[in-house]
Ligand binder design. Structure first.
Ligand code: 13P
Length: 251
């Protein structure tokens, strides 16, 4: 099997006004112009910055992604952004099912799968997020939850080319706490089990990312865990230097 090319995704979440967003993106583009990190890089800024960053990243190795998309292509959905709008703004990727949307906006697996299907229909690659809460882990249910989320959140249109899955334990997001290597390895293996159950195989090329308190300091260890094909980075991606270090940490 050909090795899976690492995927590094920056999720800026709701951070960045025009000037500092441009500055951070320009700094990152400058880093990539000076050398190839050997992986794919996607930056997902707030929707307000997409058009501006498209210009900054033009001609660079950095791809642009949205942080969410609606299941419909257009219509009466105040405040939402659709897949075709993201494509129009220069995106090739979109995150769906992030735990902050599952918890803060009541999104369940079915809605996440509908959003991923809409992303695929628009020609976007979907980065589908799954991960257990602290209570679920403490109750010994982490792997069962992960498997169920993977199976339930993937639409029929998902292939390893148009989909990556990010394992982000809710309790590790923004907390500085991370699972140990054995727990990450088991979770990523479970993601693959979920894919295999959903599609009866064919997932060898699927990239499974780890997310949750990834830093320039711990990224190398995360990326060395078997089955970790990249990282989804929140807080540390708000520094172009730190994120670039993370992109190089697999070497
Ligand atoms: P942090 O890297 O800030 O923990 O966030 C992880 C995350 O939610 C990325 O989507």
């Amino acid at each position: 099997m050909t090795p899976r090319r690492p995927l590094f995704v920056a999720n800026w979440k709701m951070n960045g006004l025009h000037a500092d967003g441009i500055a951070r993106a320009s700094a990152l583009a400058g880093h990539t112009a000076g050398g190839d990190c050997g992986g794919d890089i996607v930056v997902c800024p707030p929707a307000t910055l997409l058009f501006a960053l498209r210009a900054v990243f033009a001609g660079s190795a950095i791809a642009l992604g949205g942080q969410d998309c609606h299941a419909a292509a257009e219509g009466a959905h105040t405040g939402d952004v659709s897949g075709p709008m993201l494509v129009d703004a220069g995106c090739t990727h979109v995150i769906v099912g992030h735990s902050e949307r599952r918890a803060g906006h009541g999104e369940g697996n079915e809605e996440v799968a509908a959003k991923a299907a809409a992303a695929h229909a628009a020609g976007l690659a979907a980065i589908v997020c799954v991960g257990e809460s602290a209570a679920e882990r403490n109750a010994g249910r982490a792997l069962a939850v992960i498997g169920r989320q993977v199976e339930g959140s993937l639409p029929a249109s998902a292939t390893p080319d148009n989909t990556a899955i990010a394992y982000e334990p809710v309790w590790a997001i923004g907390t500085g706490r991370t699972p140990g290597p054995a727990d990450i390895e088991a979770a990523h293996a479970q993601v693959r089990v979920g894919w295999e159950r959903r599609f009866s195989g064919g997932g060898e090329a699927l990239r499974v990312l780890y997310g949750g308190s990834v830093t320039a300091r711990n990224a190398g260890g995360m990326l060395a865990v078997p089955g970790v094909d990249g990282v989804l980075v929140g807080g540390a991606s708000l520094s172009a230097d730190a994120f670039w270090q993370i992109c190089q940490a697999h070497r």
